[in-house]
Design a protein. Structure first.
Lengths: 197, 558
């Protein structure tokens, strides 16, 4: 090493925002993934017949109330996730644990409700063009939600398990940010596939 | 491989396992980078061999001489995938993983284990991809499960490359030495950030499409109608303007080498960052490419032509701007820089990026303005002909491979502790340059003169018809020029591997000093190669050219 060069102490600390920045990049990537899938969905919809969004449903009825409740559940989980983040920043472990657990339960409830809605709708894979496209796009959006749930749970455990501090809160904040994003992904997918159809 | 095995003893810093098993679980960006570089070079050979076989088939099209009618389409698809997803993207990603932390004064990548995971995911996916093709899968394959396997492998490759790109981009954004601002980073680091960011926002589009293609192909084949619809929907990642994103790091390499040789800073650093960024930005054209969806073509019909002209024009403008800035730096020095393999390869690579952008602009303008009836009366648009193959050749083989040659000669001391043989390197430049130009000229002229289709997006019977057409059109001779170019190029790759084997593997290369080139950027302040594991000491950087700063400070009379 050059003599003229001043040096830092060893083990240069990773800047705390690295995880937040990486999560931002992951969100950008996920946005483009959904844009690719929904873009193809919309292109096929455009080509589906004289009445796009109607012809290719072939008698399928979308259970709107169930999907609405699912979305509301997801919105509620966003609120509890931010509650958990707020509590973790205040080092209020009891509140943080309660809020994280509630968020995870609501997240699981959301997935259960979507699965129920799809069953009620009778969406059968391979039965038609809409079915296949809806299955693929919904599957991708659900995968994003599941990843968000795992990320939230893992970061919640990591930040609260041993150290509730600024560093831990930043990592948990990144997970909450991704959870908000996952909710947005679901909202856009739901609107495109089950409202606009 | 030459390697200093001094592991860090700092608390909290992972100690590297020096045994071969350590390569599996490494958390050292230098090992991960080397793994990517060496593996990509081997996959390059595979991709180029298949490209050669495809072109060879077209030299005697009546009776396909190598792959045959049944396998031609699969060979075509595989060669494209191998050259981009298995070579061009990962090799520069690996180089970024190795060099970037050294250039910004970071101890490691932001997520070193994620980077290692990205390598092994990429490697396993690559093997599965090859297995799918061997089992008669892949686009146009006859084994349905193999077609699905190919799609899964493709998504594995994309996820792996995204993981690596996120790791590199996050490192640059968050782990720069305190005081090293973004507008002071070395050009290769900046180009790595541009390329990684653009990969992050372009490759996932493919992932979303693959999900739909997989579901439809596996269940019902409702709109794909067999597996023939797959290739036309995924082909955009192997074409321009998307290819510009992959070769952005080449511009960074060129800037590093030329500025060091000129012993000058660039005239206006922000302009350099802007021009490199421009090439990456205008390479982001996935959504405009006609091949994203056949169905979507009519939605963007009418604006597509002008958008493509703008994209190629932007890429051309960026390249011209960068080369102009580098030329100014050389002129400012008032004496010719010492010629070396890295310098002439960097110059060649930059020029070929320019050529690729120019050819792209010509083709897009010709199609848009319907010059010579393009797109009318049965005349195919140039972007439907082998004009596109020519662009791919000049960018992947020309700019990509010459850029890699420059980078390996330049950074071999830092990567392996040895300098590569210069004489072999100069010969290598000539061989690769000649091969790339022939591989470019054959299909480009063929696309222009004979209107040879780039490929027929249909079933094997269409491939046979295509073969008859090639016979009648006189495209055979031009295909032979392209095939000869790829054959020469393969010889060039063999020379490069030989040079690496002799200079590094057999340790015949000159043992490198810390800074054998009199370079500028921070990595040359470290030992060659830097110790394995995380360093005990890191330079405090306030500039991307600390060595030049020191040299200038010594020259100033007191």
């Amino acid at each position: 090493m050059s003599d003229t060069t001043p040096t830092l102490a060893s083990g240069q600390a990773q800047r705390p925002r690295a995880q937040l920045v990486a999560t931002g990049f992951a969100c950008a990537a996920t946005s483009m993934m959904m844009a690719g899938a929904l873009g193809l969905y919309m292109a096929r919809r455009h080509a589906s017949g004289p009445h796009p969004g109607h012809d290719w449903l072939d008698g399928l009825a979308v259970p709107n109330p169930q999907f609405d409740y699912a979305l509301l559940t997801l919105v509620a989980s966003m609120v509890t996730a931010h509650w958990a983040l707020w509590a973790s920043r205040r080092r209020d472990t009891a509140h943080a644990w309660t809020a994280i657990a509630t968020t995870l339960v609501l997240g699981l409830g959301f997935i259960n409700m979507v699965m129920y809605s799809l069953n009620r709708m009778g969406l059968e894979i391979g039965a038609g063009e809409y079915q296949n496209l809806a299955f693929a796009t919904t599957g991708l959006a659900l995968a994003v939600v599941v990843v968000g749930l795992l990320y939230l749970g893992l970061m919640g455990l990591r930040s609260l398990g041993g150290s509730v501090g600024q560093q831990g809160s930043t990592a948990f904040g990144a997970a909450v940010f991704f959870w908000d994003f996952a909710a947005l992904v679901w909202a856009v997918t739901w609107y495109t596939v089950y409202v606009v159809k | 491989m030459s390697e200093n095995t001094t592991a860090s003893t700092s608390p909290g810093v992972p100690v590297e396992d020096p045994t071969p098993f350590g390569w599996l679980t490494t958390a050292d960006h230098k090992r991960t980078g080397r793994l990517f570089i060496v593996s990509s070079l081997l996959f390059l050979v595979l991709g180029a061999v298949f490209d050669f076989l495809v072109r060879l088939d077209l030299t005697s099209a009546t009776d396909f001489v190598s792959l045959g009618v049944d396998s031609f389409a699969q060979g075509f698809a595989f060669s494209r995938e191998a050259l981009t997803l298995l070579f061009l993207i990962p090799v520069f990603l690996g180089l970024s993983m190795y060099i970037v932390p050294l250039q910004i004064g970071a101890s490691n990548l932001a997520f070193p284990r994620a980077a290692t995971a990205s390598f092994w995911t990429w490697q396993i996916s690559a093997i599965v991809l090859i297995g799918a093709y061997l089992g008669n899968g892949g686009p146009y394959g006859g084994w349905a499960n193999g077609v699905d396997l190919h799609l899964l492998a493709l998504s594995g490759l994309v996820v792996a490359l995204l993981l690596g790109a996120i790791s590199v981009a996050t490192t640059i954004m968050t782990m720069r030495s305190p005081g090293l601002y973004m507008d002071e980073t070395p050009p290769f680091t900046w180009s790595s950030l541009v390329s990684a960011s653009m990969l992050i926002v372009s490759l996932p589009v493919l992932l979303g499409q693959i999900a739909i293609l997989y579901i439809d192909h596996r269940y019902g084949r409702v709109f794909l109608l067999g597996n023939y619809g797959i290739w036309e929907r995924i082909d955009w990642i192997h074409r321009t303007p998307q290819l510009f994103i992959y070769i952005v790091p080449v511009l960074g390499v060129a800037a590093e080498v030329v500025l060091a040789a000129a012993r000058r800073r660039v005239f206006e650093p922000l302009a350099m960052y802007f021009t490199i960024g421009l090439v990456g930005l205008f390479g982001f054209g996935a959504w405009t490419n006609f091949a994203i969806t056949g169905e979507g073509a009519d939605i963007i019909d009418g604006v597509e032509g002008v958008v493509l002209v703008a994209l190629y024009g932007g890429a051309l403008l960026g390249t011209v701007g960068l080369l102009g800035l580098l030329g100014l730096a050389v002129i400012q020095n008032r004496k010719l820089p010492k010629l070396s393999t890295s310098l002439i390869s960097a110059f060649g690579a930059g020029t070929l990026v320019l050529l690729g952008a120019f050819v792209g602009l010509l083709g897009a303008a010709g199609d848009w303005l319907e010059i010579a009836g393009r797109g009318n009366d049965g005349n195919p648009q140039l972007r439907m002909t082998t004009w596109v193959t020519g662009q791919q050749s000049v960018l992947i083989y020309g700019a990509g491979l010459l850029g890699l040659l420059a980078a390996l000669h330049w950074w071999a001391p830092k990567i392996w502790g040895r300098q590569l043989n210069e004489l072999l390197g100069l010969l290598n430049f000539l061989v690769i340059g000649a091969g790339a130009l022939l591989a470019f000229i054959g299909p480009t002229v063929s696309g222009l003169v004979t209107e040879q289709p780039d490929f027929v997006y249909a079933d094997p019977s269409a491939t046979a018809i295509y073969a008859d057409w090639v016979d009648d059109s006189g495209a055979e001779g031009l295909s032979a020029i392209g095939a000869a170019g790829v054959a020469i190029l393969l010889a060039g790759v063999a020379l490069l591997l030989l040079n690496l084997f002799v200079s590094v593997g057999l340790k015949k290369g000159v043992q490198a000093t810390d800074d054998p080139w009199g370079a500028q950027s921070p990595e040359w302040m470290l030992s060659s190669p830097p110790p394995m594991g995380e360093p005990d000491e890191l330079p405090t950087l306030t500039s991307g050219t600390p060595l030049l700063d020191s040299a200038e400070a010594e020259e100033v009379p007191v």
